[in-house]
Design a protein around this ligand. Structure first.
Ligand code: 1GP
Length: 244
């Protein structure tokens, strides 16, 4: 069943490409997270993603999301780094399977362990196939991935189509936060040719030019994290490149 946040995203996608601003609780104080959220909204972002590879949880996560929501009207979506990164204060969660992990814990077990928590909190799960591509950075190491080789778009396309056939409603191609390069446009192009569900790309998007190449290749949703910590002004230019 499609929930409110997913519907908002799908409706918007009929008109334009989308941008999500990632706030990693480990890199931001509460105050910085609040200001990052309002800057993101001002720059034209469409949602705030909250998550990271380490385990921020419990009251702190609730408090962080509440504080962010004081400063933005954008939906807050959890991008979970672990089973307990669930908060009733969020609007939705990318309920992801880390499909190219070697460890079943990341593919289905952590999802089983977290599922009742999602049900109890009542937040909206959005089924998402998560694929990590070289270099993968922290999330590649943490998730014990068989990293998809950067120059093998066919492998990414096969996993993405499998994600769609397994019932995922989004595919997320991840190069890893802080990656020196984005996902290769050739890979994005081939994946888009093969799947019918929206494609998210993230990792290494640090310039309008890099974003534009991924727009041309056909990506639907763009995630940036690092840039707002390093150069807030650039975020405005990147979102402009995505939207125009
Ligand atoms: C989320 O990994 C991205 O998918 C964020 O990457 O920090 O490199 O923007 P950056």
């Amino acid at each position: 069943m499609t929930g409110k946040v997913e519907k908002y995203l799908i409706d918007k996608l009929h008109k334009e490409k989308l941008h999500f601003s990632l706030i990693d609780p480990d890199s931001f104080s509460i105050e910085d997270a609040k200001s990052a959220a309002s800057i993101s909204e001002e720059a034209g972002s469409d949602a705030i993603l909250i998550g990271g590879s380490t385990h921020t949880l419990g009251n702190y996560l609730d408090h962080l999301i509440e504080s962010i929501k004081e400063n933005t009207t954008l939906p807050v979506i959890i991008f979970p780094g672990g089973v307990a990164q669930v908060s009733a204060k969020a609007d939705a969660i990318l309920f992801m399977s880390y499909m190219n992990s070697r460890n079943p814990y990341f593919i289905t077990k952590s999802q089983a362990l977290g599922s009742f928590l999602v049900k109890k909190t009542g937040i909206e799960p959005i089924p998402t196939g998560y694929l990590v591509v070289e270099p993968g950075e922290t999330v590649g190491w943490m998730g014990e991935a068989d990293l998809i080789p950067r120059k093998k778009p066919q492998i990414a396309a096969a996993y993405s189509l499998a994600a769609q056939y397994l019932g995922m409603r989004l595919v997320y191609l991840e190069a890893g936060s802080g990656s020196p390069e984005t996902i290769a446009p050739e890979m994005v192009g081939l994946v888009k040719k093969v799947i019918d569900i929206p494609l998210i790309v993230g990792g290494g998007i640090r310039s309008p030019d890099a974003a534009k190449k991924l727009v041309m290749a056909g990506a639907d949703i763009f995630v940036t994290g690092t840039i707002i910590e390093k150069d807030k002004e650039k975020l405005f230019d990147i979102i402009k490149a995505i939207k125009n």
